[in-house]
Unconditional design. Structure first.
Length: 487
C-alpha cells in the first residue's frame, strides 16, 4: 500500500453522509467562486464605465465654462487641469490635482501639436490625499482631453482666462478607478460572506438529505444482519417510492429467496442422501445380523452376494455424492482436451454390457464431432444417459451425433414408456425417480441425470428432454471445437 494511503484515510471521511456533504460543498465552492469572479469583473467593469462617464461629463462641463470665459472652481470630484500654450502655470485645476508634484509649474504638458495623448504617468505627493489616494503614486491612469483655441473666444473671455489670443488651451480630466475598486471590494466582501454562509447551509442540507435518504438502507442493513444461512426467511420492506432504494430492497429480497431455496434444497439433499444410504445399510446390516444369529442355517454364499451387492450400491452412491460435491464448487476444468464424441459413443456402444435383457444399442454416426473438455467427464455423462435409457428401454437404444454449425448435438433415444410432459424437468432433480421401486431394483440412485446435466453445464452445454411420441430422447448440446484445419 502507498505510504500516503494511511494519511489520506485519516482525513478522508468514512461516512457516506459526510462524503456526500463534502462533495456537494466542493462543487458548490467551485460554482460560487466562478460566479464571484464573474460578478467581480462585471462590477469592476460597470464601475470603471461609470467613472469614465463622470470624467466625460466633467470634461464637457469644463469646456463649456471655458468657452464662456469662466475659470472653473477647484472643488471637483474628478481631478482636472486646464493648460495653455505660452503659460508656465495651469489655467485652472481641481479635484485633487494639488496632490501632484508641487515642484512643477503644472503637471500635464501644454499642447504643442495636433495630437491628443490619452495616457500619462502621474506622480503623486504621498503626503496629500484629499482626492487622489496616496497609494496611486506612479500609476498609469486614463486621461480624457479636449482642445480649445483662444481665437474662438472673445478678447474679454480670453483675458479673463489669462491666455493670449492665439493660445491653444487643453482640458485634462483624469479617470479615477477608485470608485470601481471600492465598489468591487465591497461586492467581494458581501459575496464572500454570502458564499461562506451558502456553502455551510448547502453542505448541511446535503448531509441531512443524504442521512434521511439512507434511513431505508440502514433498516435494510439491520434486517439483513439478522439473516442466517440456516434461517433465511426474513425479508426486507420494499419502499413504495420507486427509487434506487426500492431496487436495492427488491434485489436483496430476491437474493434472500435464492438463499432460502438453496438452504431448502440442501436440506432435501441431505435428507435424500441419508435415506438412500439408510436403505442399503439396513439391508446389509439385517442380512449380516441374521447370518450371525443363525450361522448353522445361513446360506453364506448368498449372504456374501447380498452384502457385496449392497456394498456396491453404497460405493456407487458415495462416488455420485462426491462428484456432485465437486461439481457444485464450479471448479474450472484444468487443461481441457479435445474429445471426439462420435468415437466415444462408438466405443461405449461396443463395450456397454447388455446382460440379462434383449437390448440393441447402436450409434449411427461416423463423422468426427470434436468438443473441448475432460474425456472422463464426457464418458461419465454419456454412460449416465445410456444407463438411464437401458433401465427403461423395451428393445432398442439409439445414439446419434450431429454437427450443427458451431454446436455438437448428441441424442440418446430409447423405445421405453417415455416421460410425462409434466415431469420433463423434474427428472433432472437429485434423487428423483418416476418409478422408485423399479429403479432401486436396477441399482439406480436417482442421481444419474442430475450429474449428467451438471456435467453438461460445466462444459458450457445444455441437456434437455426432447418430446417424442415413443420413448424418451435426451438431447445434449455442446460447443463444437475447431478442427486443426479450421485453426
Amino acid at each position: 500500500m502507498n505510504a500516503t494511503e494511511p494519511r489520506r484515510r485519516r482525513w478522508w471521511p468514512r461516512s457516506v453522509r459526510a462524503r456526500a456533504a463534502l462533495a456537494v460543498a466542493s462543487a458548490t465552492a467551485v460554482v460560487l467562486a466562478s460566479i464571484g469572479w464573474w460578478v467581480h469583473r462585471d462590477v469592476y467593469h460597470e464601475g470603471t464605465q461609470i467613472a469614465r462617464e463622470q470624467a466625460l461629463e466633467q470634461l464637457w462641463t469644463l469646456v463649456d465654462q471655458l468657452k464662456e470665459g469662466v475659470v472653473p472652481v477647484r472643488d471637483s470630484t474628478v481631478p482636472y487641469e486646464v493648460v495653455a500654450t505660452g503659460r508656465r502655470t495651469a489655467v485652472a485645476y481641481g479635484g485633487g490635482m494639488a496632490a501632484f508634484d508641487p515642484g512643477t509649474r503644472h503637471v500635464l504638458p501644454a499642447p504643442t501639436g495636433e495630437g491628443t495623448p490619452s495616457f500619462f504617468r502621474l506622480p503623486v505627493n504621498r503626503d496629500y490625499n484629499p482626492g487622489l489616494r496616496g497609494d496611486m503614486a506612479g500609476g498609469v491612469y486614463e486621461v480624457f482631453t479636449a482642445d480649445i483655441r483662444a481665437g474662438e473666444l472673445s478678447s474679454d473671455k480670453a483675458a479673463a482666462l489669462g491666455v493670449a489670443a492665439d493660445a491653444r488651451m487643453r482640458v485634462y480630466v483624469v479617470v479615477l478607478p477608485h470608485t470601481a475598486e471600492v465598489i468591487s471590494a465591497t461586492t467581494d466582501r458581501l459575496l464572500l460572506r454570502a458564499g461562506l454562509v451558502s456553502l455551510v447551509l448547502i453542505a448541511a442540507v446535503a448531509y441531512f438529505a443524504v442521512r434521511i435518504a439512507l434511513r431505508p438502507v440502514e433498516a435494510i442493513r439491520v434486517l439483513t444482519a439478522s439473516v442466517t444461512a440456516s434461517d433465511p426467511r426474513e425479508r426486507v420492506t420494499v419502499p413504495a417510492t420507486g427509487h434506487e432504494i426500492t431496487a436495492l430492497a427488491t434485489t436483496i429480497n430476491t437474493t434472500l429467496q435464492r438463499l432460502d431455496n438453496a438452504a431448502a434444497q440442501q436440506r432435501r439433499f441431505v435428507a435424500d442422501a441419508a435415506h438412500e444410504l439408510r436403505s442399503p445399510l439396513t439391508t446389509l446390516l439385517a442380512s449380516l445380523e441374521v447370518a450371525l444369529a443363525y450361522p448353522e442355517r445361513t446360506d453364506w454364499p448368498a449372504t456374501a452376494t447380498t452384502a457385496a451387492r449392497q456394498t456396491r450400491r453404497l460405493q456407487a452412491l458415495a462416488e455420485d455424492l462426491l462428484l456432485l460435491a465437486r461439481l457444485d464448487t464450479r471448479a474450472p476444468t484444468a487443461d481441457p482436451d479435445t474429445v471426439d464424441l462420435t468415437a466415444l459413443a462408438s466405443r461405449l456402444t461396443e463395450q456397454y454390457p447388455l446382460t440379462g435383457r434383449p437390448l440393441t444399442l447402436t450409434c449411427d454416426s461416423t463423422a468426427p464431432a470434436h468438443v473441448h473438455g475432460n474425456p472422463g467427464e464426457y464418458e461419465r455423462l454419456l454412460r449416465n444417459l445410456v444407463d438411464n435409457a437401458a433401465r427403461h428401454a423395451a428393445h432398442r437404444i439409439q445414439i446419434t451425433v450431429r454437427n450443427q454449425d458451431a454446436w455438437i448435438v448428441l441424442t440418446v433415444h430409447d423405445d421405453g414408456p417415455g416421460v410425462p410432459t409434466e415431469d420433463a424437468e423434474r427428472i433432472f432433480e437429485r434423487f428423483v425417480r418416476l418409478d422408485d421401486a423399479r429403479s432401486r431394483d436396477h441399482g439406480g440412485t436417482g442421481l444419474g441425470l442430475a450429474i449428467a446435466r451438471d456435467l453438461a453445464h460445466r462444459h458450457r452445454g445444455t441437456l434437455a428432454l426432447t418430446p417424442r411420441t415413443l420413448g424418451a430422447c435426451f438431447r445434449l448440446r455442446l460447443p463444437r471445437a475447431p478442427t486443426p484445419a479450421e485453426k
